[in-house]
Design a protein around this ligand. Structure first.
Ligand SMILES: Nc1nc2c(c(=O)[nH]1)N[C@H]1C(S)=C(S)[C@@H](COP(=O)(O)OP(=O)(O)OC[C@H]3O[C@@H](n4cnc5c(=O)[nH]c(N)nc54)[C@H](O)[C@@H]3O)O[C@H]1N2
Ligand SMILES: Nc1nc2c(c(=O)[nH]1)N[C@H]1C(S)=C(S)[C@@H](COP(=O)(O)OP(=O)(O)OC[C@H]3O[C@@H](n4cnc5c(=O)[nH]c(N)nc54)[C@H](O)[C@@H]3O)O[C@H]1N2
Ligand SMILES: [Mo]
Length: 745
């Protein structure tokens, strides 16, 4: 039996180390590698299901070209060369007619260290219109960190030093096995724990302090805590004085957030708020993991993330052992940023990025301000990348596809993303995609988005390419661990898959980009990176390196504030010069959401959509029996009394309705939610249902984004992030006519 050490990318998080056992070139079994020192595997069921996934007929094997009408489900297998030639021809044609900005790309969570290739392709092609999930996921955190601290924050957990671990709008019990494990470890080590969540989750149950706030009010809570902390003098005066700018302004600002006001916004009692502030301030240094909840809650997405980070800084938990350390770009490491070729995109093309005039922070205007400081501090070798920090605005790009305004967007290249499930307002996204001249999807499996594409291309998955654990496109994590490809991407007669790097490179080379893709294969990309990292070592090949030494450690240190940070002031910017220059409030603040208008007034419940569920990852894995049987149906959680009033019992199918649309999920009655909130799951489609339109694998049945709104008016005014949680997620529920018995036959 052959053994390969690989990096699992069944989720987006970190590339956990796994061991792949092979026999006669096929997977025998996959186990987690618990002894890998950087990103050990463990605590997750997905790797054990790799064989079932890999051998499932739903995997894409050969390029497919649409026959008949879009969505009709008729396909013709074609060779890669033909597919790439035809797509390149169509791209060149659209470019000649409308300019390069007419082509957009859609990205998802990021599923390996290849996103740079898509960015490079787009930079060389001349289009600024890369859009993706990043606008509502992780992008806000990264940009807030860069603007506030000049680098990203990394938790430095130290027994005997760290006094508190906080999960803020994060539920790792379902969505982060590593984080959950380390939360439990912290508890065991006697470190205090705190959870800020609108729902009584498993982490909330286990925490020393649970802070149940009204959805979407995290910014107000952090400001209210700072009001009390500064009033009582519980902050770290030395740190604030030496290493921050804007503290005096903050003191004035938090006066607007007295306990009475904050309590009525957040739905807490005054005692609870004071307790929370005291509990937090008394336990420093501390670590915070901020989840996606505040990013999903406009109009306070950016301001909430800012407020929480500023709270950490004034309490003295930044740049200190046991707290949160500021990561500088790692020495010599060739990150995505350096691989993106951002200088290739001319200024006049950057200026055309859709939405960048309105949402300026997570797009070129904001990125250029941040990147200038990063370069100044770290030099030309450490640029800040664009993949996590600078995107076109997806809702406005979909509208450009439909209206031709501000200019026509006629082609979309989708890779590592499933737009018909991932973005808000599926119906509008569907109409936008259906209106295109060219839609190409590169994926591992069939998906509804693939189903309406012109070309569907088979990508190599993590088993079929080398990849890295804990890789970060901005070099935040200096720790690296390489995984090797376990299986070939081509097996004669069975399948012919390209890894994402190869796809973008080959497409680029057909469009005159040859000179900019020096590494011919993804393996060579790794060799290049490895050589840069371990210049002094004699690394012959990636595979050779893996055998010799599977990992290397870097270091993030405390005390970097004294040397000056990569911000305009060189200090921690409580008052953000970047936000100020972009015309936004430079201090943390909380904005009341607009009152619902017209129809929306009739929708009394708040939908916390997309709470994570193992073993799924967004829209993936519903097709694999081994995954599906753990969790066969989409679930809507409803507070018991709220359900009872509607005559809904456990197991009923329930309509979730908004003025945008409706879908149905199966009721689970709970006692863990406030009476005016429900939770729903996202990403649901039914691979067992017909592929052809109108079914599109049951896309129109339980997909919660049939009900969510992407109206730019409801997007975060700073980042453009659209609502998946928070005060704009109004809905109502109704028992589905069909009921349970009829549905189940
Ligand atoms: N209502 C609601 N909607 C949400 C959310 C929510 O909470 N509520 N969450 C949002 C968040 S935080 C995010 S990040 C987005 C996620 O949005 P996406 O990332 O677009 O969603 P996925 O369903 O994970 O789609 C990823 C696709 O990439 C494919 N894939 C996996 N690995 C590879 C690879 O190596 N190469 C290629 N080419 N393809 C690959 C998978 O098969 C899958 O089809 O969803 C968002 N949507
Ligand atoms: N199994 C699984 N794991 C995943 C994913 C997946 O699809 N499936 N997706 C991955 C991705 S891309 C992401 S972004 C992460 C997200 O992981 P998390 O950040 O943990 O996201 P959620 O589970 O959506 O929500 C976290 C918690 O926020 C609470 N909440 C909702 N609204 C609010 C609010 O306004 N304030 C506060 N304080 N809390 C609120 C919810 O009750 C929920 O318990 O998960 C990752 N892990
Ligand atoms: Mo995400």
């Amino acid at each position: 039996m052959d053994l390969k050490f690989s990096s699992c990318y069944f989720c987006s998080s970190r590339g956990c180390a796994v061991k792949v056992y092979l026999e006669d070139g096929r997977i025998k079994r996959v186990t987690v590698d618990t002894r890998a020192p950087v990103v050990p595997g463990g605590h997750c069921v997905r790797p054990a299901l790799a064989k079932a996934y890999q051998e499932h007929p739903f995997r894409l094997d050969f390029p497919m070209k649409r026959k008949g009408a879009r969505g009709e489900g008729r396909w013709e297998p074609i060779p890669w060369d033909q597919a790439l030639d035809e797509i390149a021809g169509k791209l060149a044609d659209l470019k000649a007619r409308y300019g390069p900005e007419t082509i957009a790309t859609s990205s998802g969570t990021g599923r390996g260290a290849w996103e740079f290739a898509k960015t490079r392709f787009m930079n060389l092609f001349g289009s600024p219109n890369r859009f993706g999930a990043v606008t509502v996921c992780y992008g806000p955190r990264i940009m807030v960190w860069l603007a506030t601290f000049g680098g990203t924050l990394v938790a430095d957990r130290r027994e005997g030093v760290t006094r508190l671990v906080t999960l803020w709008g994060r539920n790792p019990h379902e969505g982060g096995p590593h984080t959950w494990h380390s939360f439990l470890k912290a508890k065991k080590a006697g470190i205090a724990t705190m959870v800020v969540d609108s729902r009584f989750t498993e982490p909330a149950r286990q925490a020393d302090l649970w802070v149940p706030i009204r959805p979407g009010t995290d910014a107000a809570l952090a400001l209210g805590m700072m009001h009390i902390i500064l009033r009582e003098g519980w902050h770290d005066a030395g740190f604030v004085e030496n290493f921050t700018v804007g503290f005096e302004d903050l003191k004035k600002r938090v006066r607007d957030y007295p306990p009475e006001r904050v309590c009525s916004i957040c739905g807490l009692s005054p005692e609870k708020l004071v307790d929370t502030a005291r509990f937090f301030a008394a336990r420093q240094p501390s670590n915070i993991t901020i989840g996606v909840a505040s990013e999903h809650s406009p109009p306070n997405s950016i301001q909430a993330v800012r407020a929480i980070n500023v709270l950490l800084a004034v309490c003295g938990s930044v740049d200190t052992p046991g707290g949160m350390l500021i990561a500088s770009p790692s020495e010599g490491f060739i990150t995505d940023a350096a691989m993106e070729l951002n200088e290739a995109l001319p200024d006049e093309q950057r200026a055309k990025q859709i939405g960048a005039d309105r949402f300026r922070f997570l797009s070129y205007p904001g990125w250029e301000l941040v990147e200038r400081e990063v370069r100044k501090k770290w030099g030309e070798n450490h640029p800040a990348g664009v993949y996590l920090t600078c995107m076109a605005h997806a809702p406005l790009t979909f509208r450009a596809m439909l209206t031709g305004k501000p200019y026509p967007v006629r082609g979309l290249l989708v890779s590592g993303s499933n737009p018909l499930l991932a973005y808000a307002n599926t119906k509008l996204v569907y109409e936008a995609l259906m209106s295109l001249d060219l839609l190409v999807t590169l994926d591992l499996t069939w998906t509804p988005t693939a189903g309406i594409s012109d070309y569907v291309l088979p990508a190599a998955c993590w088993l079929e390419r080398p990849d890295m654990g804990n890789f970060s496109s901005i070099g935040a994590y200096p720790l690296v661990q390489l995984g090797e490809a376990a299986l070939p991407a081509f097996v004669d007669g069975r399948y012919d898959r390209y890894d994402d790097y190869r796809f973008w490179r080959e497409l680029g080379c057909r469009l005159g980009q040859e000179g900019s893709w020096p590494q011919e294969t993804f393996d060579q990309v790794w060799e290049y990176r490895m050589e840069k990292i371990f210049r002094e070592r004699n690394v012959e090949s990636v595979a050779g390196f893996v055998r010799q030494k599977r990992w290397e450690k870097g270091q993030v240190e405390a005390g970097v504030c004294a040397g000056g940070l990569a911000t305009a002031s060189g200090k921690v910017e409580i008052k953000s010069s970047v936000l100020q220059a972009l015309g936004y409030d430079p201090l943390p603040s909380y904005t009341e959401p607009q009152e619902p208008e017209g129809e929306w007034k009739k929708y009394p419940l708040l939908n916390l959509s997309g709470v994570r569920t193992m073993p799924y990852h967004h829209s993936e894995y519903r097709h694999v029996e081994e995954f599906r049987r753990m969790h066969p149906d989409p679930i809507v959680e409803i507070p018991v009394d709220t359900a009872r009033k509607k005559g809904i019992v456990d197991g009923d199918w329930v309509w979730i309705e908004t003025p945008v649309g409706r879908c149905r999920q199966r009721a689970r009655l709970v006692t863990t939610l406030p009476p005016d909130c429900i939770t729903t799951q996202h990403g649901w489609w039914f691979p067992e249902k017909p592929a052809a339109s109108p079914s599109l694998y049951g896309l129109w049945e339980s997909n919660i984004n049939l009900t969510t709104d992407d109206d730019p008016e409801k997007c975060d005014p700073i980042s453009g992030g659209w609502p998946f949680k928070g005060q704009y997620m109004r809905c109502r529920i109704r028992k589905a006519e069909e009921g349970r018995r009829k549905d189940e036959g």
